[in-house]
Ligand binder design. Structure first.
Ligand code: MG
Length: 242
């Protein structure tokens, strides 16, 4: 009896379903706006801003405005420890960022002292760069972490001396006129093509000691690449404003 009842219900539901699907299919078509065409024939999307193509450091400077002192050789940019972080000439808010990085092939140090650098979105929020291949450290400080906040979902690290990729989708925080946080920043990160941050909320500015701050800042700010003393290399850096 139960099965007969179920069968009747199913038939009734499916005929209702069919009735609802009668009518004009055009009513649910949306033709505007037309998404802009992006050329994807080349390695870099046609609408991307190239921040480092291996040839020059025009897109970057040190904080004091001086020319970049890091090494550029054979299309590769390498941190020169002690010269300080570098910042992009242009400022960015919501963005898609692609960056390739490599920790030194010769393993030196351990924990946070092995192949440490970092990408500071809006000069404020660090996505950690670290040699996290067989290298134990605190989880929210390993490669792919939002430093001192959120560990990566998995450890997708390649070995020392191997090129690795980050593909990042970042949404900037919003503040109201009074300087209060309306919505925090969020970030999605693919590390070597593997999802490690899935629309993760960023709780505020990266702090080495203590909790994050949420102090109102501009809608767009430069990127920073960290000098943590280790000769970490970078190549093929491009960004798309969103
Ligand atoms: Mg770092």
């Amino acid at each position: 009896m139960k099965y007969v009842f179920l069968a009747v219900c199913t038939l009734t539901a499916s005929s209702l379903f069919a009735q609802e699907r009668n009518g004009d299919p055009k009513l649910t078509e949306s033709w505007k706006p037309v998404p802009p065409v992006v050329n994807t024939q080349a390695a870099v999307p046609g609408d991307a801003i190239i921040l480092f193509d291996g040839k020059n450091m025009n897109g970057w400077k040190h904080k004091d405005g001086s020319a970049v002192k890091w090494d550029v050789k054979d299309g590769i940019l390498t941190v020169k420890g002690g010269t300080g972080e570098i910042i992009s000439q242009q400022s960015f808010g919501d963005c898609q960022l692609h960056i390739e990085w490599r920790t030194p092939a010769t393993v030196k140090g351990e924990g946070q002292g092995r192949g440490n650098s970092g990408i500071f979105l809006m000069s404020t929020y660090e996505l950690q760069v670290l040699d996290s291949y067989n290298n134990t450290t605190y989880s929210n400080g390993q490669a792919g972490s939002i430093y001192k906040q959120t560990p990566p979902l998995v450890n997708a690290s390649k070995g020392p001396g191997e090129w690795q990729t980050y593909d990042i989708i970042f949404t900037a925080p919003r503040f109201n006129d009074q300087g209060m946080l309306k919505s925090p920043a969020t970030i999605t990160v693919l590390h070597n093509g593997v999802l490690v941050q899935n629309n993760t909320t960023i709780w505020g500015s990266t702090q080495y000691i203590g909790l994050p701050d949420n102090i109102k800042h501009a809608d767009k700010l430069p990127l920073i690449l960290q000098d943590h003393g280790d000769p970490v290399s970078f190549r093929n850096i491009w960004i798309r404003n969103l």
